[in-house]
Design a protein around this ligand. Structure first.
Ligand code: GTP
Ligand code: MG
Length: 469
């Protein structure tokens, strides 16, 4: 977790401070950040996505003997702190949680290890205060809670500090040192205390000074921290994820232009995994570096809390992408962890939802036809600018003629996966198992992948069960 958060700090320079324990991490952006125009869904999804990607990529470093059994996911949310006092209260709240949880868990697991059942251990700890737990640990197990590792009791902070670093050695072998800003981990007892905070220039310069220590955290503040935006009830919610800077990612990994079949298959495999993981998602459509996931109208996934839905889907997709990379590219190293951003839009009627999906497939057609022509022209010796000029203002028919005349390519005979994009949906069980009508398209389990025309209504009329309409 700490190593992944260090990578996040490196990736997003606007993050000034991070605090984490157990399976959570908070990242504090500077007040003046213009990162993605401060759009909450972009920021929360990107951070969760990148974190998940790094987590999977680094797994082996920390567990060389353990296989990562499945793709982890992380939920995230943006908490806006209107003043430095609110930020201070937020940090105090998280660290109090760390203290309380760790003390409880330490007692609980000592009791279980000593032979108590789970319910007996819970009963012993019910309504106990901090002091009582400390006494229990000391008297029953000889453990002085205060001497347990700070990493467990206090969690970890990460921020940039000026440190003296040896950059080289001079001709006499003496170290030459320079003052550098470097991210360091600190396990401070009280991260919301003025003693800790006001001694770190990188913290008070970008985030502000703390004026006094706080005792009790205002309940209003806690309510604010727990506030969640919800998706409109009884509407179709579509979570669309899109690869971040995939132009570069595709270049670095030498994807074939304009379409890399393996890359598309990897995207599709991740989408299939998403449908298997989230049973509220009934349909997905993907093209290039994007995928749209349709949640059924009645979905109560995460009580319709939009941040949780967006981040869970995006981070799960990303960690699956990293986990499965080797299966699709056995001879290509993943050079750096990819990330995806996500957003959710609600569609109130069935027809508008189908319009949305048709729009994505129209986009697939237009882009794919353009890109096919463009890269054929480039491969035939034209420069990129010449190819762009050549294609400017051309219509579908002209592009098809160009491909056919100059390159002997019948556009409509190109692989469907390129022309149509990919649709993922659950098969109607009876149909798939009993009469094998769609057996050619059947995948393991009940999730199917197809490259069908979703613009025409006939697909939807033939598969009314998909959107349950
Ligand atoms: P942002 O999404 O704004 O971060 O930028 P982006 O670079 O990801 O571009 P965008 O999402 O608009 O477009 C996706 C890009 O991914 C394309 O422009 C291609 O450069 C690249 N890409 C997607 N699929 C393929 C592929 O199969 N082959 C190759 N060579 N590139 C691909
Ligand atoms: Mg993209």
């Amino acid at each position: 977790m700490n190593s992944s958060s260090a990578a996040v700090l490196e990736e997003f320079p606007d993050i000034i401070f991070a605090y984490g324990y157990s399976d959570e991490y908070s990242f504090v952006f500077k007040k003046t950040s213009r990162f993605y125009q401060r759009r909450a869904s972009k920021i929360l999804s990107l951070v969760a996505s990148f974190f998940a990607a790094v987590y999977v990529a680094k797994w082996k470093e920390f567990f060389p003997q353990k296989k990562l059994e499945y793709a982890p996911s992380f939920t995230s949310k943006v908490v806006s702190c209107a003043s430095v006092e609110v930020l201070q209260a937020y940090l105090a709240w998280r660290q109090l949680d760390c203290h309380a949880n760790n003390q409880y868990d330490t007692c609980f697991w000592m009791l279980v290890k000593s032979g108590k059942s789970i319910s007996e251990a819970q009963e012993v700890l019910k309504d106990t205060q901090k002091q009582q737990k400390n006494e229990l640990l000391f008297q029953n197990f000889g453990i002085n809670y205060k001497t347990l590792p700070e990493l467990f009791r206090q969690g970890s902070c990460l921020f940039k500090k000026k440190v003296d670093e040896t950059v080289k050695h001079d001709e006499n072998g003496n170290p030459v040192k320079r003052l550098r800003r470097k991210a360091v981990f600190v396990h401070s007892e009280n991260i919301s205390g003025i003693n800790f905070w006001n001694e770190q220039p990188s913290l008070y310069n970008d985030l502000g000074h703390f004026t006094k220590d706080i005792g009790k955290i205002e309940p209003d503040f806690i309510r604010l921290f727990q506030f969640e935006n919800k998706l409109l009830p009884l509407t179709w919610a579509v979570v669309r994820i899109d690869g971040c800077h995939f132009h570069r990612f595709s270049d670095v990994h030498e994807f074939e232009k304009p379409n890399d079949e393996q890359a598309l298959k990897l995207m599709n495999s991740c989408a299939v995994a998403v449908l298997k993981e989230f049973e509220n998602i009934h349909f997905a459509y993907g093209v290039s570096d994007e995928y749209s996931f349709v949640l059924k109208k009645e979905s109560e996934l995460y009580k319709r809390q939009s941040s949780k839905i967006i981040s869970a889907v995006t981070s799960f997709f990303t960690s699956t992408y990293v986990l499965q990379w080797g299966e699709f590219f056995p001879h290509k190293e993943l050079k750096y962890p990819p990330s995806f951003d996500g957003r959710a839009v609600c569609y109130p009627t069935y027809n508008i939802l189908l319009d949305y999906l048709a729009w994505r497939q129209v986009d697939c057609h237009i882009n794919n036809q353009y890109n096919t022509c463009f890269w054929m022209l480039v491969k035939s010796g034209k420069t990129k600018t010449q190819s762009q000029d050549y294609l400017k203002g051309t219509q579908t028919r002209e592009k098809n003629e160009l491909l056919s005349r100059q390159f002997g390519i019948e556009y409509n005979s190109l692989p469907q996966i390129f022309r149509m994009g990919s649709s993922v949906f659950r098969l109607k069980e009876a149909v798939a198992v009993e009469n094998g009508v769609v057996s050619g398209k059947k995948l393991e389990g009940e999730v199917a992948l197809d490259h069908c025309n979703i613009i025409e209504r006939c697909f939807w009329e033939e598969h009314p069960h998909i959107l349950n309409y």
